[in-house]
Design a protein. Structure first.
Lengths: 293, 191, 673
């Protein structure tokens, strides 16, 4: 299986481990990630908060590149990129006038034919393979699946799962052998958009999420968004320094990698601010897992 | 007490509601002030105007007040309100459109830190085609004046291999700049 | 040669102000075939009508055109005048020079020219009119009432008391409908069962009413005055003639934990059951899906199938071999009183609707709906009237009520207001406080719609005397926190987000039509709206009639209705039907379609497009009795004169009388000339 790959800026920078773990997992699953040649930034929050047209045009350039490079679908692992790409795709598909403007605006032919997928969706499509490939290293580990907002909302754009009662991430986690816990905050926003400019809001929102996961008995939180990750992981480090117990925050691909017996270093776990040690100590020795090249 | 503005903004220009309807494709008049948006808004405990207040002020055509409000800049665009609004009003998209209008009509009212962030972010993208995060942090600190905020993070980011020191422009960087220019032009040409 | 009389009315100033009526008469008088043309101030007045009658006699008129107001207003008046002067009424037509001309124009000359044109083309039509005779149809003085809730019961009793025979069909084992499930009723708080059960018994004992419970309408044929209704009587597996209602079978039944429909799944029933002790008729049915005997049989077990009820019955009334039976009844009129069902918030929804994921899609225990609360509050309910929460049987000290769940929510698919919720929620808060004195009721609402006699006072009482806390706002989300339900809302009046801890949550879910109503409407050729509610013929002036003659509406099948409204509609429908039955024959306008059997090729396009099922097939035979062909025929009792058949017929062999192609073309040609 070959899929167009749009890593996005974060996966080349602050969330490098998301990229590393995803590539490691893709290898085991036999998925070829064909990175879109010369991709550019999707514009993220800054574009859509200040110039709506730009927030559609920047993703459109990338979709046009994917189209010209022969991809029917593109995996955008970063939830923010996914939301922008899928949102722009939807808007162009439902607004003929906007669609007509696009080729001139981005200076490329563009037919809006490329489907946009997120990492949860793609892994969910590979559930049987994950079940086969996962050993038992995660047995007994409880995981709080955190969707946040960009992955499932708005419902008309992110239609891969139910916006109010999603199940796909839990099903992927179950397939890895870990146990998803039921908790309340999995769809609440972490405040990512104000991460840099208004830290106190982000700390308030992040703390509520961490506390709820803890109360639900989770050993770790799993995310599929670099912004959620940096908020929950990096902001937590200050709390840990003040003596609070650490709640490891993993990318979904990292958890799947652990289930496959991939070495934690290859998954980039050492790059986290909040140590995943408490979790890794509970992972069964790789010997118990099936052989992985 | 606020006096009611005449229906057509009083300046011969369309009402704010009409302008927003054109920009977002959603009719703000559908809002019946149930407050479900604000009930689920993660920022409701911090902001002076909650989503339903924004919709209310839109319907009352209180343009200056809205465009000068800090609250519109505190929306996280988490879209919870969008999915739960019984009338499909799309408060988040409305707020985005208001921000765009505020940037153009009342740039002084945009909170400095946020304006600095968005500006720095887009500058970096325009420069290289992608986000150069170290560049963003440097530019943001200069623009916002928040020189010491999160300074503890940078070394940690570097030691974890999360920050590169050199920006690598993409091949199509000129193409990206043209898109920026075209979109900015299109915005200025708007009636 | 035609001799048409043209009569131009000034309608006081209404027409005369803008149209030069004298000139209209003058111009019309010049037309070939017009023998007489005059104008007059009020043509509908007695002297005006006298002018017409006089002209018919003196000028030997063959047709009359009155240029005046809309035919809706006075066509009957003028046709009657013509009739009394010996001219066939259908040789009289009106040209509307008021609504279509004087009221909408200002330029006097142009308006006058237009009035001339309008009258001119009607003259051309009248030249081609032929005398038509009023259709007379016999009437069967027996009515069918579909649905045995309070609306159906009221309609049946009013009809029966008025001397008509009634067949009351109810799909459930007992009549009573939703009203029998209610605890107390607003705005008087009188006990629902206490006022309803005597009416149910009255239905059962009334000599004019034939009650067919556990039955459904299978097919409807015929037309007003002469419907043929095929009714399916579902097998009860209990012989109604022998059963004495002793209840021994239910005591003997080994299947005791079937969720009770009557108790909205909060209580249990046996597999052989009557829905509730006061059921009418008091004859049990066996629910095949849960009966041990039928389950064993389905598995192929030959011996040892249960049979406990049969053993227990001293009357030998249990009959496992019973099958559905069909009867056909002739009726003259039909009342639809099929009632409502409640929207539920779950994930599975009919097309066009969405559930409430933010409220847990119905998976949070102790989140119940209004009817379930009725059962908890009802003395005959599963808790004997104690308010106890379903999950653990504890008394809830904090109940949150949510109004408008599903209603007024276009995003979820229902934009209308369900009308009764504001009232019953206020009632629920009162019942709760009366039963749990230290209980706190909180109501999330958007607007209070309490517009009935004593209604607003009732809601105020809930707030002022019974301590209900009303919070204006919708709830964004509900989730569990241990045994507590967190209700996250917004108080739009204080401008604050609120999270209220609840032990139980009651959802005032939207009122929807009964499932399957579309199929019933299709059987009746009656129209329904986008939500599946039956359409009334006119929202103001014909509220209990449908567009299909002889089919009437009562209660919540037409829109959300409370008990007083449902009863009023039922009585109105009964009065309409008794009026219909008061005549020996029914008179119908002869503007119906007619087939020319000689021309008809028998393609039956007309049969396929007729919205009223008015086309039948008849055989044409020669003198020796040999079949020549099969052609279409229009049943004049059913035909509504819509003309769809005429537009469809490839051989032009079916025409609407009074609106033939020739007549319409003559009008158009006159305008183009």
């Amino acid at each position: 299986m070959k899929v167009g790959y749009y890593p996005g800026c974060s996966l080349h920078g602050t969330s490098r481990e998301f990229d590393e773990s995803l590539r490691a997992v893709a290898e085991v699953l036999g998925v070829e990630l064909a990175e879109i040649d010369d991709w550019s930034c999707c514009g993220a929050t800054s574009a859509h908060a200040t110039n709506h047209l730009l927030s559609v045009a920047l993703p459109a350039r990338n979709l046009a590149l994917a189209e010209s490079q022969g991809h029917a679908e593109v995996l955008a692992p970063c939830a923010a990129c996914y939301n922008r790409l899928a949102g722009a795709r939807h808007e162009i598909a439902t607004d003929a006038a906007l669609a007509a403007r696009m080729p001139e605006l981005i200076g490329r032919p563009f037919a809006n034919t490329v489907a946009v997928r997120n990492v949860v969706e793609v892994l969910h499509g590979l559930l049987p393979t994950i079940r086969v490939r996962a050993g038992q290293p995660l047995a007994g580990i409880k995981v709080a699946c955190y969707y946040g907002c960009l992955l499932v909302r708005p419902a008309e754009v992110c239609s891969f799962d139910d916006a109010e009662d999603p199940v796909t991430m839990e099903e992927v986690v179950s397939a890895t052998g870990a146990t998803p816990v039921a908790w309340d905050m999995r769809l609440e926003c972490c405040g990512g958009a104000l991460s840099v400019s208004r830290t106190r809001s982000v700390v308030r929102l992040g703390r509520a999420i961490l506390n709820d996961a803890r109360a639900a008995g989770a050993d770790a939180i799993v995310v599929a968004c670099p912004m959620c990750h940096s908020n929950l992981d990096f902001r937590q480090s200050a709390m840990v320094r003040r003596g609070e117990a650490a709640m490891p925050v993993l990318f979904l691909s990292e958890l799947v990698g652990l289930a496959f017996g991939v070495a934690p270093d290859r998954l980039g776990l050492r790059r986290h601010f909040t140590s995943a040690r408490s979790l890794l100590d509970r992972v069964q020795p790789p010997a118990a897992a099936r052989e992985v090249r | 007490m606020n006096s009611m503005e005449p229906a057509h903004g009083g300046h011969g220009r369309p009402t704010l509601a009409e302008e927003l309807r054109r920009a977002t494709g959603r009719n703000p008049a559908r809002c019946y002030q149930c407050g479900k948006c604000s009930a689920g808004c993660p920022m409701a405990s911090e902001t002076a105007l909650r989503p339903h207040d924004v919709m209310r002020l839109v319907s009352q055509d209180r343009r200056e007040e809205l465009l000068a409000a800090e609250s519109i800049w505190l929306c996280l665009t988490c879209e919870t309100c969008v999915d739960r609004c019984p009338n499909e009003c799309d408060p988040a998209r409305t707020i985005d459109a208001l921000r765009e209008m505020a940037s153009a009509e009342a740039p002084a009212s945009v909170p400095r830190a946020l304006a600095a962030f968005h500006r720095s972010f887009l500058d970096q993208v325009r420069l290289t085609g992608r986000l150069f995060e170290l560049g963003l942090m440097a530019e943001y600190k200069l623009r916002s004046g928040a020189l010491f905020a999160d300074v503890t993070a940078a070394p940690g980011m570097v030691s974890r291999g999360k920050l590169g020191f050199v920006p690598h422009p993409i091949k199509g960087v000129k193409e990206v700049r043209r898109i920026f220019d075209a979109c900015e032009r299109a915005n200025q040409e708007k009636p | 040669m035609a001799r048409i009389g043209v009569f131009v009315c000034h309608c006081g100033e209404n027409i005369g102000r803008t149209v030069d009526c004298a000139r209209v008469a003058e111009e019309l008088g010049k037309l070939p075939g017009v023998a007489h043309a005059i104008d007059y101030k009020y043509m509908c007045s007695d002297p005006g009508q006298a002018l017409i009658k006089q002209a018919i006699a003196e000028k030997k008129l063959t047709g009359v055109v009155v240029a005046a107001c809309s035919p809706h207003m006075h066509e009957k008046t003028f046709r009657r005048a013509c009739g009394s002067a010996g001219l066939n009424p259908f040789l009289c037509e009106m040209a509307n020079v008021r609504e279509h001309c004087s009221w909408i124009h200002e330029d006097r000359d142009a308006a006058t020219d237009k009035a001339v044109d309008l009258a001119r083309f009607i003259v051309e039509k009248v030249k081609r009119n032929v005398p038509l005779e009023t259709i007379r149809i016999p009437v069967t003085k027996r009515a069918l009432v579909i649905g045995g809730g309070i609306a159906g019961i009221q309609a049946a009793l009013d009809l029966a008391d008025g001397g008509a025979e009634v067949i009351l069909v109810e799909k459930e084992p007992s009549i009573g409908g939703h009203m029998s499930q209610l605890s107390e009723t607003f705005p008087t708080l009188d006990c629902s069962q206490c006022i309803l059960t005597p009416r149910m018994v009255e239905v059962y004992q009334h000599p004019n009413i034939k009650l067919m419970a556990y039955s459904e309408v299978a097919e409807v044929g015929g037309y007003i005055g002469n419907f043929d209704v095929k009714i399916r009587q579902k097998a009860r597996y209990v012989d109604a003639a022998n059963c004495n209602g002793c209840g021994a079978c239910q005591k003997a039944c080994i299947v005791r934990k079937v969720p009770s429909e009557f108790d909205e799944k909060l209580g249990k029933r046996t597999a052989i059951y009557v829905p509730f002790p006061q059921a009418v008729p008091n004859i049990p049915v066996i629910d095949r899906a849960s009966c041990a005997y039928f389950k064993a049989k389905a598995k192929g077990v030959k011996k040892d199938a249960c049979g406990k009820c049969k053993e227990a019955c001293s009357k030998g009334a249990i009959d496992y071999e019973q099958a559905d039976t069909f009867v056909t009844e002739k009726v003259g009129a039909i009342v639809v009183a099929t009632g409502y069902t409640l929207y539920s918030i779950g994930k599975d929804q009919p097309e066009g609707l969405r559930g409430y994921g933010e409220y847990g899609y119905g998976t949070i225990p102790d989140v119940i709906d209004g009817l379930q609360f009725e059962r908890l509050a009802s003395a005959s309910g599963p808790t004997a009237g104690k308010i106890l929460r379903p999950s653990d049987g504890k008394e809830p000290k904090r109940i949150v009520f949510l109004q408008c769940v599903g209603s007024r929510d276009p995003a979820k698919g229902i934009e209308y207001c369900s009308k009764i919720c504001c009232m019953y929620v206020a009632k629920h808060t009162m019942l709760y406080r009366h039963k749990v004195h230290d209980g706190q009721a909180t109501v999330f609402y958007m607007d209070i719609r309490a517009n009935g006699k004593g209604y607003d006072e009732f809601v105020r009482r809930a707030i002022e005397e019974d301590g209900a806390r009303y919070v204006r706002g919708r709830v964004s989300r509900m989730y569990r926190d241990g045994e507590t339900i967190k209700v996250q809302g917004f108080d739009t009046l204080s401008g604050e987000p609120v999270v209220i801890d609840a032990d139980m949550v009651v959802l005032a879910t939207a009122i929807r039509p009964q499932p399957g109503i579309e199929q019933l409407a299709q059987k009746l050729s009656a129209s329904y709206d986008a939500h599946g509610f039956f359409n009334e013929a006119h929202p103001k002036l014909r509220p209990v009639e449908t567009n299909t003659a002889g089919v009437y509406l009562a209660g919540a099948c037409q829109a959300p209705r409370d008990i007083p409204d449902s009863v009023a509609m039922a009585s109105a429908a009964a009065a309409k039907i008794l009026g219909l039955f008061s005549k020996a024959e029914l008179e119908r306008e002869p503007t119906v379609a007619k087939v020319d059997a000689a021309l008809c090729a028998g393609c039956f396009h007309c049969e396929r497009v007729c919205p009223y099922g008015a086309i039948t097939r008849i055989e044409v035979r020669d003198r020796k009795g040999n079949l020549v062909k099969i052609v279409a025929e229009v049943n004049p009792g059913v035909c509504q004169g819509c003309g769809t058949c005429q537009a469809t017929c490839p051989s032009k062999s079916v025409e609407l009388q009074g609106f033939t192609d020739e007549q319409i073309w003559s009008e158009i040609n006159a305008l183009l000339a």
